[in-house]
Structures are given as C-alpha cells and as structure tokens.
Ligand binder design. Structure first.
Ligand SMILES: Cc1cc2nc3c(=O)[nH]c(=O)nc-3n(C[C@H](O)[C@H](O)[C@H](O)COP(=O)(O)OP(=O)(O)OC[C@H]3O[C@@H](n4cnc5c(N)ncnc54)[C@H](O)[C@@H]3O)c2cc1C
Length: 409
C-alpha cells in the first residue's frame, strides 16, 4: 500500500515546528512528508527588523532549513507554491511541477497590507521577509553614501509607518543603528531624522499605559519624531504626504502599517474570513478533507468568537498541536483540540531597552530587554533543543544556505 503523502506549505514558525513534531511522532516509512518553502532558509520573522536596520547578522536570523530537520522523515523542497487543487489533492509549483497530497498543512504566513494608499506598494520598504528586510538595510547604507555626495537631507530622513509592535521595534533599531552609521560616514547625528507616523492616537496598542508612556518618553529623548493621529496619504520616491497637509522630503518609507494573510490564498477558491482561512478546534480547514492550517494564514476563533492574533506565539503553539493531529489522522486516532495559552508579549526598542508583560509581570527597560533575549532563546530551544540553542547563541552551528541580498524596494 502507498504511504500517505503529507505536504507542508511554508517553513515559517508554523510549518517548521509542525514538521519537527511529525519527526518526533512518525517513524520512517509511515508517511512521505514534504516541507516546501520558497527559500532554503527559515527566517526568524520576529527579528526581521534587526536585519532591516543592520543590527543583527544574517546568520542569526536566517537558518538553513535542512539543518533544522533531524531525521530523514521530512524531505525539504525549495520551491514556490502557486496553486492548490483541493478536489484532485494536487499542489502546483510555479515551475509547473505538481505534487499529490493526502494530508496538507497550509502555513504560508503573512503579507503586508498597504490598504491601497497611493504609491505605498511601489515606493515603500516592507519588513515582510528576510530579503525585503535586507533590502532596507542596503538602501539605508546607500542613502548615507548619497548624502555624502549631495548633502540632500531627504537621504537621511527615515520614516516608519505604523507604531504597532513591528513599527516601534523598527524605530528602536534605527535609534541604535543610525549613530553608528553617522560615525562610519563622518556625518553629525543631528543630520538624521527618524519619523514615526501612526494613524491612531497612541503608539503600541494592546500595551498598558506605563509601557506606552515609557516608550514614548524613550523615543522622544532619542530624537524620534512621533506623529500620532496622522495618516500617510501618498508615498512618492522622494516625498511622503500626510493627511495634515505636510509633505516630508524622504526617500525611505518603511511600511509597518498592517499585515494580512498571504495574498496567494485569495486565488485558491477558499472561504476566507478577513483574508484568513477559518479552522476548526483541531486546526482543520472547515469543509476540506485532510487539510489543516496554522499561523497567520489561519483564523482560529476563541470562545468569545474573536480571532486569535497573528503572532509567532500562536503559530508555534498551533503547530505543536497540528503536527500531532496530522499524525493522529494518519493513524486513525483521536485528535486533540487546540487551546491557546498566552505567555506574554515583549517589544524591543533596540538592544538594551524593551517593554512587555510576561506571565502577568509588567516590565520596562533593560530587564525587559533581557527577557526579550530569553524569549528568542526559547524559540531556538523549541526548534532544535538545548544543544542547538546554546550553539546558535555562541555562533557554533555551521552556517549554510543562500541568503542572497536584494537592493530594490
Ligand atoms: C518585525 C516583526 C516582529 C515580530 N515580532 C513578534 C513578536 O515579538 N512576537 C510574536 O509572537 N510575533 C511577532 N511577529 C509576528 C510573527 O512573526 C508572525 O506571526 C509569524 O511569523 C507567523 O508565522 P507563520 O508560520 O504563520 O508564517 P511565517 O513565519 O510568515 O512563515 C511563512 C513561510 O512561508 C513561506 N512562503 C510564503 N509564500 C510561499 C510560497 N508561495 N511558496 C513557498 N513558500 C512560501 C515564507 O517564505 C515563510 O518561510 C513579528 C513579525 C514581524 C514582521
């Protein structure tokens, strides 16, 4: 009898952790498991802002996927998925190749939402993937070089749109990085501007008042211009227009205005809710046989019918339930319902400052920054165990893969 074919789409938090769970449960020969991802590296999305600012080295954020798989059970395939035929149980890759599946896990993650604001899609930089974040880093360096030539202040004006989690983390990294670049290029720090534009009246929604006030004061003291209750209405290559009539001469807009599920899902004839795939309590896609979905692509309704947020924490916990549920389905065993346990949230503002709430304990400053390091180390532990985590922190794991850079927006 043919072995059941399991295909996992996406090797982000959801797809990779689910693969690791299947490796732990299934024995070799019990199923053919294929993990498909568009690159041969797994990027730690929660650290992409550091790649954007150039405050973390590439190999800390992009990990070679085959090295993260521990057994021969899961075969890794570097490919771009373009379509799924849920009737014929076929996956179509962008090179025209097709793959059959019996069980499918969709873990294709997020896309950036630019809300149709004129010029933002074409002219802004996005913290969406390793490559798009690397493009920000390369662009910032180019702007410093350009400023040396013509002293046009627009080269050194860096606008970050959105003061949510990602936007504030990006601003925090720029606060750390720009003075270093100024030193390197022999440019006074006062020639640089960091502007954060936020449509709502406060930064960091979902954080408590103390964390918001702490962050606001820290960023203002660092020279960041915070513009809340302000909307970007247009982005051109060399200027950004705001709804209050102001035109900011700037050649860098880093867009962190919002995320949505992978746009690809819209082409697949699925019943989407707010762009995401509704799943049942076992993380199965409603109405489709043998199909599961986790992470930002999925929509899991809590008891009060509100959706779980699109976070790494949710994706990891879902994958830890979904992997075993796929194995249980193959074996005809009972599935376990998914329950989410919120451990807390920490937003970094550069390397040495953070704000957060972990297991109900509110924290700000250096202690919170240390806690952020613990959270990041914990993920490495979940991914590869204690030895992998220690080696990764100490930079002892072999570094492979192809994280070529790009320089366009
Ligand atoms: C800067 C930043 C900071 C963040 N900080 C936090 C935080 O502190 N805490 C937190 O909980 N969450 C945080 N998040 C959110 C978190 O990163 C996401 O919720 C998480 O990445 C979702 O995991 P996922 O597995 O669903 O998708 P992803 O991690 O996005 O993985 C999707 C994978 O699918 C691949 N893929 C996509 N399309 C295709 C295709 N067509 N073919 C093949 N492969 C494809 C991608 O390359 C990627 O590897 C942050 C996000 C950002 C951007």
């Amino acid at each position: 009898m043919d072995k059941p074919k399991v295909v996992i789409l996406g090797a982000g938090y959801g797809g990779l952790i689910a693969s690791r769970e299947l490796e732990k449960i299934l024995s070799e020969g019990e199923a053919d498991v294929t993990l498909i991802n568009k690159h041969d590296y797994h990027y730690i999305s929660t650290q992409l802002h550091k790649i954007g600012a150039g405050t973390a080295s590439d190999h800390k954020v992009a990990l070679h996927i085959p090295d993260l798989l521990k057994t021969n059970l899961v075969k890794f395939k570097k490919a771009v998925v373009s379509n799924v035929d849920f009737n014929d149980k076929n996956i179509v890759l962008d090179n025209g190749e097709t793959l059959e599946y019996d069980y499918l896990l969709i873990a294709l993650g997020f896309d950036v939402d630019t809300f149709g604001i004129p010029g933002v899609e074409e002219n802004s930089f996005k913290i969406r993937s390793f490559r798009s974040s690397k493009a920000i880093q390369n662009h910032i360096t180019k702007e410093f070089t350009a400023y040396k030539e013509d002293q046009d202040p627009s080269h050194l004006t860096f606008v970050v749109a959105g003061a949510g989690f990602t936007g504030i983390e990006m601003v925090g990294e720029l606060v750390d990085k720009l003075p270093k670049l100024c030193k390197q290029y022999d440019i006074p720090v006062k020639e640089t501007r960091i502007i954060n534009v936020e449509a709502s009246d406060s930064i960091l929604p979902f954080f408590d008042r103390k964390a918001i006030d702490f962050t606001t004061a820290y960023l203002k003291n660092s020279g960041v211009e915070l513009m809340t209750s302000t909307k970007i209405v247009e982005c051109k290559k060399e200027s950004i227009a705001l709804d209050n009539g102001l035109q900011i001469p700037a050649r860098t807009l880093i867009w962190s205005g919002g995320v949505r599920a992978n746009k690809l899902l819209e082409k697949w004839n699925l019943q989407l809710v707010k762009g995401r795939i509704p799943v049942d309590e076992y993380l199965r896609v409603k109405g489709l046989d043998g199909v599961f979905c986790v992470g930002d692509a999925s929509l899991f309704a809590k008891e009060d019918q509100t959706a779980l947020p699109a976070t790494a924490q949710v994706a990891i916990q879902q994958a830890q339930t979904c992997g075993p549920n796929i194995a249980a389905t193959i074996r005809g065993e009972a599935l376990k319902p998914f329950t989410y346990s919120h451990k807390g949230t920490v937003a970094s503002i550069g390397l040495k400052v953070a704000v957060g709430n972990v297991f109900g304990v509110k924290m700000t400053g250096l202690f919170a920054a240390l806690m952020k390091q613990v959270v990041e180390a914990r993920y490495l532990f979940v991914l590869g165990g204690p030895v992998f985590m220690v080696k990764e922190i100490l930079n002892l794991n072999p570094k492979k893969g192809s994280t070529q850079t790009v320089s366009s927006r």
